[in-house]
Every structure is written in structure tokens, then in C-alpha cells.
Design a protein around this ligand. Sequence first.
Ligand SMILES: *Cc1c(COP(=O)(O)O)cnc(C)c1O
Length: 398
Amino acid sequence: MPITPLMPVYPRCAVRPVRGEGVYLYGERGEQYLDFAAGIAVNALGHGHPHLTKVLQDQVATLMHVSNLYGSPQGEVLAQRIVDVSFADTVFFTNSGVEAVECAIKTARRYHFVNGNPQRHKLITFKNAFHGRSLGAISATDQAKMRDGFEPLLPGFAYAKFNDLEGALALIDDETAGFMVETVQGEGGMTAGTPEFIQGLRKACDEHGLLLILDEIQCGYGRTGKMWAYEHYGITPDIMTAAKGIGGGFPLGACLATEEAAKGMVIGTHGSTYGGNPLAMAAGSAILDVMLEDGFLGNVTKMGERLRQAFEQMIPNHDHLFEEIRGKGLMLGIKMKEPAVSRDFVAHLRDNHGLLTVAAGENVFRVLPPLVINEDHIAECVERLSEGARTFGIPSDD
Ligand SMILES: *Cc1c(COP(=O)(O)O)cnc(C)c1O
């Protein structure tokens, strides 16, 4: 077989979406799916949201792209709005999550460099982490499936176990720049950081002059029912990455930092041709318009609780399949019991029950609906999921 024109790095399934409407996706033959994957936590407002659509249409017709060599009234507005709703004093806009991670790593290294400590270049990161697919980001995880064949990777990372504070602190040495951690691990298995862990990392940073980088690309931006996942922990980071839901489907990411942490990021140290262009800024502003409306985040919390309760009720009926529920808000995961495999179950729900979810590490499947779902969508999800559980044949060992 010759290689496909589309580089075959994804195990693409038979779902071929051509249209979206709210919480539903439609395939080439008109078949309907309940989309509780949301482009992997991207389509925060679902598909075809009227406000996002209108703002983008208007902006396309007005001004799509200009160079970052010019002033950016659109970028100034969105950056100020993000600063107003976060710990941050400053924001760098990117086109993807991994570029925000790259900016975060560079910001941390520059901080210690301009402080006269260039040897402090090492980040302590965590097993099972996912920070994206650049060479820097795959260097920041221990996951072999992402690293194999790409060595030599970027030096300057050490890996501790997630939620193991002692283990992480034991790795601190004279070369440590800080920690980089997902507040709630997504791809790795939907595990929330424990309060002792996240707060302990913050405390260690304060004591040792280190930087805390939170990767909230998946768990931030309203996904857990708060604007940022760190708000659940009563701490703030020094640097943070955001993406996925921030553009609601338009490619947009951001690296946020305090004034102190960003002190090395002066003219000429970083850049991006497309980053923060007027169209992306319009998308970001449109998402915030909706997300900051009264009751939006409250609905996420409420729907998250409903969905979790419904899952809790369902689990005992399918004791052989499901082990536990993980995550926060509308970032939920269900861990499956072997020999059931989450990847197979995701395929079964998709192909036979019209329900889209996403597989994750540790035999978990992720439920990441648009943040605008209501009780009816939850009822429909649970119905399809229960039916799927009933019809799912446990694979035999042969
Ligand atoms: C998706 C994700 C990334 C990478 O984002 P891309 O837009 O795919 O580059 C990084 N970190 C976390 C936690 C993610 O979930």
C-alpha cells in the first residue's frame, strides 16, 4: 500500500463528520452522533454556536491577519480580558497548545537566566503527562509511545510520579528551574492532582525560588466548572498554558505569566507569525463573551455533578466493566476493568450507539462534552452509554 496523502499518524475511524450543530455531529451519510468528545475538549460552545459564528464571519470580512510587527488592538483587548480573569499579568498568544508549552518552557529558562542562574534550566515533570508533540513537549513526558525514535530529546527534564509530592521534591537540585504539571491530567488518565500535591508544589516553589508551570490546556477554561482548574486548589501558578477550549474550535493557545516570571521575555526573545492574529483574537473574545455570562460556569458545575451522579448510578449495573469515575466538572473519565479495554469501548459506543467519547491512558475513557449541555443531553448520553455497556462483549484472550 502506498502512503496516504494525509500522513497516516492517526488511527482514523469510520466517523467522517461534515457538519455540526450544537452537541451533535453529522457524518457524510447524514448519520448523527452525540458529541461528548467535543474535539477533545475544544468545542466548548458546541458546534456552530451563533455568537462565535457571527463574530468570526464579521472578522473574516474585516481583517484576518496582520503581522505582529504592528499594533494589535484585538490582541490587547483579549489579553486584558484574560489577565482580568486569571492570576496572570501578561499573555503570549499561540496557534496551538504545544506552542504555549514551548513558550512556558522558554519563559521559565529565561527567568533564571536573567536572574543570573543559567544553570537552573531543568523542569521536573510527571509520569504519564501529556504536553503535546513538539520535541520540547515530548521531552517533558516519560511516555515511550510519544518519545520512541525521536531521540536525542531536549535535555533538562526529570520525571516524578504524579501526585507523589515527596518524589517530586526529592528531584530538586541546583539545576532545577521549576515544575511543569497538568492540574488535572487529561490524556494520561483524567487524574486530578490532589490538594496536598498541587499545594505542596506551590510551597516548594516559594521556598526554593522555583517556578510553578501549570498546563491547563485541557482542564482550564471552564472545563472543570471554574475558569481555571487551579482555583479548586487555592493557589496560583507563575506560568500557565491554555488552549483547546480557549478558541472553541478556532486554533488558539496562550501562555500566561506573572510579571515576575515573564521578566526575561523581552523584545526579540520569542515570536509567532500567526500567533494572536485578529481572527484568532475575535474567536477568543467571542468565547469569553459567552463563558463570562452569569450562570455559564455554574451550569458546567451543575451538569458535571449530574453527569457524575448518573455515572455513579450506572456503574453498579455494569460492575464487570467499570471501576471508578475520575476528573472534575465536565472533564470526566471512567476507568474500565480488565479485560475490557477503554479503546474498544469507545469504538463500540461510537459505531453502535452514536456516542462520541475519547480514550485515555490507564484504561480510562474520557467524557468531554461541550460546556453548554443541558439535562436532556445528559439523559441521552447515559441512555446510550448504558445500552452500550449492556451490548459490549468482553473480548476473549485469544
Ligand atoms: C492537548 C494538550 C496539549 C497539546 O495541545 P495541541 O493543541 O495538540 O498542541 C498539551 N497539554 C495538554 C494537557 C493537552 O491536553
